[in-house]
Design a protein around this ligand. Structure first.
Ligand code: MN
Length: 164
């Protein structure tokens, strides 16, 4: 079982590797804003658990096991970013919040989110689902009365429930 902290390190190592091509302890410390001894401690732990290989004067590389887990973390991250952006969260907040959420969501929620994001992408261009929702978000935050909701319902879906 990995801890949240371990996952943060694995994700950071993955990002550094893809950005710079190599990974040094110093860069991890800078990126995560933690002390060098903390990084050393975690590097040791990750090596002991066979997630990475570390050579003192070389760099850090993933083992197959580590690579698999890092990819899984990145996959969760991208999915959460995509979902948050669909519901209108800005890129910046989506990135930050995805990193907070990605460790704590259950596999069930991930599966449902994946399905949801896919489902939304299958809607026809004409659905205007996102635009309507954005408009609703902006206005409804100030007007949460049931009467107003009824007006929105009629405006967007018609009197009968039209398909999205
Ligand atoms: Mn992340």
């Amino acid at each position: 079982m990995t801890t949240r902290n371990m996952e943060d390190y694995l994700e950071t190592i993955w990002n550094l590797q893809h950005k710079k091509g190599y990974v040094k302890a110093k860069d991890i410390a800078e990126r995560l804003e933690v002390s060098r001894p903390s990084v050393s401690g975690m590097i040791k732990k990750l090596s002991e658990n066979s997630y990475i290989l570390y050579e003192k004067y070389g760099g850090i590389v993933f083992t197959e096991k580590g690579k698999k887990l890092a990819q899984e973390i990145k996959r969760r991250h991208s999915l959460l970013v995509e979902f948050l952006k669909i519901i209108g969260v800005s890129e910046e907040n989506a990135q930050t919040d995805a990193c907070k959420l990605e460790h704590d969501v259950s596999p069930e929620t991930i599966t449902s989110l994946l399905g949801f994001v896919d489902f939304i992408s299958l809607l026809p261009e004409s659905s205007k689902w996102k635009e309507n929702f954005q408009e609703y978000l902006k206005k409804s935050l100030l007007e949460r009365s049931s009467n107003k909701k009824k007006n929105y319902k009629e405006k967007y879906w018609g009197r009968e429930n039209k398909k999205i």
